[in-house]
Design a protein around this ligand. Structure first.
Ligand code: SF4
Ligand code: SF4
Length: 165
């Protein structure tokens, strides 16, 4: 009786081994290959849209870390403050998203990146140019549901129903 129970265990184990032996590997060769993160990721960057920003500094006031430094100088032809400096210390940022939520003009977004790393802390103080929206700096749909449709679908393992995760 006992022997047959042990036999069942081995058979089950071998069945599982064979199942995965013939299953396509799910390994991803990062960084050459990258998975798509959640559309609403709070990545380790902010994305600033200069033509929407009025220089009101609400985001800077809301930041509990005091990470955002804004300097304005005069006015733009359409009556906004001309933003001279929009600097973010991303090393101290806790990615809480409060600055994004507080912006009354939809000019600030969380970014999609999770790869910002540097040898020097000072290199993570990002200038206005480095915070500006661009081809390689895309906003996430966090707190901006209108972006849900345009962000690519997540491909992280957790979204692969095949694996029951
Ligand atoms: S995400 Fe949070 S900590 Fe980071 S800059 Fe915005 S308010 Fe500050
Ligand atoms: S709250 Fe928005 S509009 Fe005001 S300074 Fe910050 S990003 Fe610009």
């Amino acid at each position: 009786m006992k022997l047959s129970r042990y036999g069942q265990g081995i058979a089950k184990g071998m069945a599982l081994t064979f199942k995965y032996f013939f299953t396509k590997p799910i390994t991803t060769q990062y960084p050459e290959e990258k998975l798509q993160t959640s559309k609403r990721i709070r990545g380790n960057e902010l994305v600033w849209v200069p033509y929407k920003c009025t220089g009101c500094a609400t985001c800077a006031k809301y930041c509990l870390q005091g990470n955002i430094e804004i300097v304005t100088n005069g006015q733009t032809p359409d009556g906004r403050y001309a933003v001279e400096k929009f600097e973010v210390d991303i090393a101290r940022c806790i990615m809480c998203g409060l600055c994004v939520e507080s912006c009354p003009f939809d000019a600030l977004y969380m970014g999609m990146s999770y790869e910002l790393a540097a040898y020097q802390r000072g290199d993570l103080v990002l200038s206005k140019e480095k915070n500006t929206i661009g081809e390689d700096k895309q906003p996430s749909a966090y707190f901006r549901p209108n972006l849900e449709k345009v962000r690519p679908a997540q491909t992280l393992l957790i979204e692969r129903p095949k694996y029951g995760l």
